[in-house]
Design a protein around this ligand. Structure first.
Ligand code: PLP
Length: 394
């Protein structure tokens, strides 16, 4: 059977595991060994220089971690993948691998808060210029890219206002000026979107979120061409932001249900978004699956589903949010997202906690915005829960 024809639901379960099973086990073991033993120094040397398969030291590679990398690689239709201790390590290591003083980056205002900090605080110190355009303004982005840049950095949908960028449109312009394109695919997951299919050079995930799905392990991963991934891998093996084998195991296990979870989460998200849109206490709802969303048509074109993330603002702003959030019974008030449990939080204490109120305002994030990560619970229970909490706002 042609590999390309196998659905991602099947790959989530089966891909990347066979080479790592031992003693007839059906599950990939957690290999906690820091180093690997060689009696033959010639074999050891060949493994060390990458001529032969094997492992030397846990900061470089580990079998459990590699199994996770092989699975995500299959899901993203990529030539190669390498992993990191966190999503932010994946982002920072990838940026620092390809950028040097004098380079210019074009990105959007609405990247994840941590990414935004790298752009505003750390890259400028290295004399790397970053231009952030209004998220979703394709004309402005094309004009900035055409001035010349080394890298176009995208995230779609964005956190927390779920804005959409047209991947094939922007990638085409980036290629015409010889720029690389990186995409943070955390919100979409490989179930809904495979950016490499649009000519993107590198896909980045915070594996902490939907990939793991159970909010019990931190991780990050990138997928792309062998050469580019190897360059970033080399930076990471020296930099040391390596994924822990136990985290790799937990994420690997979580990934088996990735498609099941994402399908249920986005079914719930659409119903929650529709319910909220019709509620008198709600000011505005952001969800790419709603026809009222500015870029609903682009989302429909490039995504297989609209994802489990939405956000909304309440009439009465922060005061209303203060009354509303504590009343929710089936939602963690917590900083993560993409887990089986519904999770809610204001952007000012989650994705953009690193930013000042002025910075958040400049990024177009209302102080009363609530981010909602739909879980896999029964939809009637979620809606009843939202209803009682909204009705109690005075
Ligand atoms: C959480 C998140 C990150 C950072 O990932 P960590 O694993 O927390 O370091 C990056 N991008 C997006 C879109 C995220 O949601």
């Amino acid at each position: 059977m042609n590999k390309k024809q196998i659905d991602n639901a099947t790959k989530s379960v089966w891909a990347g595991e066979k080479d790592y099973l031992v003693h007839g086990a059906t599950q990939v073991p957690v290999v906690h060994s820091v180093a690997y033993n060689y009696n033959d120094i010639d074999e050891w040397f060949e493994v060390a220089i990458g001529k032969r398969k094997g492992h030397i030291y846990g900061r470089n590679t580990n079998p459990t971690v590699q199994s996770f990398e092989d699975k995500i690689k299959a899901l993203e239709h990529a030539e190669a993948a390498t992993s990191f201790s966190t999503g932010m390590a994946a982002i920072s290591n990838s940026l620092l691998t390809v950028l040097k003083p004098g380079d210019r980056v074009v990105s959007i205002k609405d990247t994840y808060g941590g990414t935004n900090k790298i752009f505003s605080e750390f890259l400028p110190k290295l004399d790397i210029k970053v231009t952030l355009v209004e998220t979703g303004n394709h004309e402005e982005m094309e004009a900035e890219i055409n001035k010349g840049c080394k890298l176009v950095y995208l995230e779609t949908p964005t956190n927390p206002t779920v804005k959409i960028t047209d991947l094939s449109r922007i990638t085409k312009v980036a290629k015409s000026v010889g720029a690389l394109v990186f995409v943070d695919n955390t919100f979409a997951t490989p179930i809904n979107q495979n950016p490499l299919n649009y000519g993107v050079d590198l896909v980045i995930h915070s594996a902490t979120k939907f990939l793991g799905g159970h909010a019990d392990a931190l991780g990050g991963v990138i997928c792309g061409s062998k050469n580019l991934v190897h360059d970033v891998y080399h930076y990471r093996e020296i930099n040391g932001a390596t994924m822990d084998p136990m985290a790799a195991y937990l994420i690997l296990r979580g990934m088996k249900t990735l498609k099941l979870r994402v399908e249920k989460q986005q079914e719930n998200a659409l119903k929650v978004a529709t319910f909220l849109s019709n509620h008198e206490k709600v000011e505005e709802v952001f969800y790419p699956g709603l026809e009222t969303h500015t870029h609903h048509d682009i989302a429909k074109k490039q995504m297989n589903g609209f994802g489990g993330m939405l956000s909304f603002s309440l009439k009465g702003e922060l005061d209303a949010v203060r009354q509303f959030l504590p009343r929710l019974e089936f939602a963690h008030r917590a900083a993560n997202l993409g887990a089986v449990e519904t999770t809610v939080g204001p952007a000012r204490t989650t994705s953009h906690v690193e930013n000042t109120p002025e910075e958040r305002a400049a990024l177009g994030i209302p102080e009363g915005l609530v981010r909602y990560s739909a879980g896999i619970e029964d939809i009637d229970d979620l809606i009843a829960d939202l209803k009682q909490a909204l009705d109690a706002i005075n």
